[in-house]
Write a protein that binds this ligand. Structure first.
Ligand code: PAF
Length: 283
């Protein structure tokens, strides 16, 4: 695996691969890799000639009160995992190479980025759309791989790729979970033993909501209210939202319609750690 830190060098490598008729699969990450990230790498390796993984803890997607400085990092372990997975290039730029002094151009989405997660983290998606645009321009991937755990991020980025005509195919891979149901996240490392147990409330509440729907409940207000009551049961839990939105547009609905596909979205702090989870359901 070649480690590339210089953005221009990475861009030149990608260009020569493309000129040589090769396809490039790209997995953008913030490091501290787990089996969820590795499932994206595996998918990319299976579908492309070359795989590029980036590790960059992107400062612009964290608000001042969030966990940028203490976001977990373990470069040595990440490198080892990526070598084992047969990754071709690790792109590992510095913050000053990506955001040099004088940087002032951001990509801002108007609608989806300002709902749900966007209401709780108002500047988050602006940081995500900006960094992913920069990374796409450097890496020039044929296909880019993202995890469904960040469902709204996937919706925001798919819209951006469409609106701005990025020549990239977005691939969304399923959530990877621990055996007991907890969705894998680099932030799970913050949880103490009790919180780790209580964090199961997210996946359990999603199952609870799925059951309500299976039993015939179609009113999304009722589903959200009952799910929120469930989410706030553990001592350490402070739920932000439980929502049912349309699968394609991420719009809220009042009534679920037969044959339609929806996302069930949960966001809840467990102690000081904010976690999200989701599931797709067809009614
Ligand atoms: O999902 C993430 O890890 C990040 O939001 C991403 C897409 C790598 C952008 O920094």
């Amino acid at each position: 695996m070649k480690i590339v830190t210089n953005p221009r060098e990475m861009q030149n490598i990608s260009r020569s691969l493309i000129v040589g008729g090769k396809t490039i699969g790209f997995v953008p990450t913030m490091g501290y890799l787990h089996a969820g990230h590795l499932s994206l790498v595996k998918a990319s390796r299976a579908e492309n000639d070359f795989t590029v993984v980036s590790i960059f803890v992107n400062p612009t997607q964290f608000a001042p009160n969030e966990d940028f400085s203490k976001y977990p990092r373990d470069m040595e372990k990440d490198e080892k995992l990526l070598v084992e997975e047969g990754v071709d290039y690790l792109f590992y730029p510095s913050a000053t190479d990506i955001y040099p002094s004088g940087f002032e151009t951001y990509v801002e989405q108007e609608k989806i980025a300002h709902t749900f997660e966007g209401e709780f983290r108002p500047t988050h998606f602006r940081g995500v759309t900006t960094i992913v645009s920069i990374l796409f321009n450097i890496v020039q991937p044929t296909k880019a791989y993202f995890g469904q755990k960040d469902a709204q991020q996937c919706a925001v980025l798919s819209r951006m790729v469409k609106d701005l005509w990025f020549p990239v195919e977005m691939v969304v891979c399923p959530i990877v979970r621990e055996e007991d149901g907890l969705a894998l996240s680099s932030r799970n490392v913050y949880l103490n033993k009790m919180e780790r147990q209580e964090a199961l409330i997210l996946s359990k509440t999603i199952e609870f909501a799925k059951n309500l729907i299976r039993e015939g409940e179609r009113d999304t207000n009722t589903i959200s209210t009952l799910a929120m009551e469930n989410l706030e049961k553990p001592v350490s839990a402070k739920p932000d939202y439980f929502l049912v939105v349309k699968y394609d547009s991420f719009e809220s609905v009042e009534k679920l319609e037969p044959g339609e596909k929806y996302f069930l979205l949960a966001a809840c702090s467990i102690g000081k750690t904010r976690l999200i989870d989701n599931a797709i359901i067809t009614v």
